[in-house]
Design a binder for this molecule. Structure first.
Ligand code: SF4
Length: 284
């Protein structure tokens, strides 16, 4: 699907891509079947706001139904989707993480800010409590789920207190990874007219602080996998050593390990021996 109906106040996507448009469910399932026939094992469903898939169509085909149908395609071992909007993360969709075996235990769920005042100014359509509630529910359904997110720092009106609210939310959730950016104005968006612009120097300081904290959390989360055996879908040779091959856990973490190149394209069990910030090390 493409396009977006949300009009977050900082974002140009709805102006550039237009309103949400979803491909028919049959087309997608058929395409995935063909991919599986070619030997493809992993598919990623894409959309600016992918979990509102089907809502703009008269038939209201929910995203969870699409996931359940693709989950039954023989040969597809891994399903991923991105990007999700927290307000469209339904109970039924969350339940798929328990019911659909091929659905990988990872979700990218952009929060953008931990402050209700800023979330309102961003026109995100949820508040801090609702976001945290969805995280709790996801973890109840799938305790080992990996959660990644996006944060914008220095949005107009962001005070020290609102920034602290974002930091407190990060400490509570402990994201597996976080993509963070300094706010920058996009011409034609509603946020351009907002007061309370944050000076560049403060944005830089806040971003640095937040990224340092996230590095601690990422390493902490990666270390929980040490000593565990993970299924790795081998994607290629490692960038660092020609003797190593590389792939991802279902939770979307990179793992490097010794192995033959003919394992590329296969799924192999790998014991995680060491966790780093950006990857894991393991043994078949
Ligand atoms: S940030 Fe995402 S949800 Fe918001 S308007 Fe842009 S594409 Fe849509």
């Amino acid at each position: 699907m493409q396009g977006c109906n949300n009009y977050c106040s900082y974002c140009v996507v709805p102006y550039l891509r237009g309103p949400e448009e979803s491909r028919p469910i049959r087309d997608i399932v058929e395409e995935v079947r063909k991919l599986a026939d070619y030997g493809i094992k992993e598919v990623t469903l894409l959309g600016q706001n992918v979990n509102s898939y089907g809502q703009a169509n008269s038939g209201r085909t929910p995203f969870s139904l699409l996931l359940r149908m693709i989950g039954q395609v023989k040969g597809i071992e891994r399903i991923r989707f991105t990007t999700s909007h927290p307000k469209d993360l339904s109970d039924d969709l969350m339940q798929c993480f328990a019911d659909v075996e091929a659905l990988c235990e990872h979700i990218h769920l952009p929060v953008q800010s931990g402050s209700d005042k800023i979330l309102k100014r961003m026109n995100r359509g949820y508040n801090r409590e609702q976001y945290l509630d969805k995280v709790d529910r996801l973890r109840n359904i799938r305790p080992d789920i990996s959660i990644t997110s996006d944060v914008i720092v220095g949005f107009p009106g962001e005070t020290d207190e609102s920034f602290e609210a974002t930091i407190a939310l990060m400490r509570k959730v402990r994201f597996d990874n976080l993509f963070s950016f300094k706010y920058s104005e996009r011409e034609g968006t509603a946020a351009v007219g907002l007061d309370g612009k944050v000076p560049e120097e403060i944005k830089r300081e806040r971003l640095q602080y937040l990224q340092n904290l996230q590095e601690q959390h990422t390493l902490e989360r990666n270390k929980t996998l040490e000593g565990h055996t993970e299924d790795i879908l081998v994607e290629g040779t490692s960038k660092n050593s020609e003797h190593d091959i590389t792939g991802r856990t279902r939770s979307n973490k990179i793992v490097n390990f010794r192995g033959r190149k003919d394992l590329i394209g296969e799924t192999v069990p790998v014991l995680i021996t060491k966790a780093y910030l950006h990857s894991l090390r393991g043994d078949i």
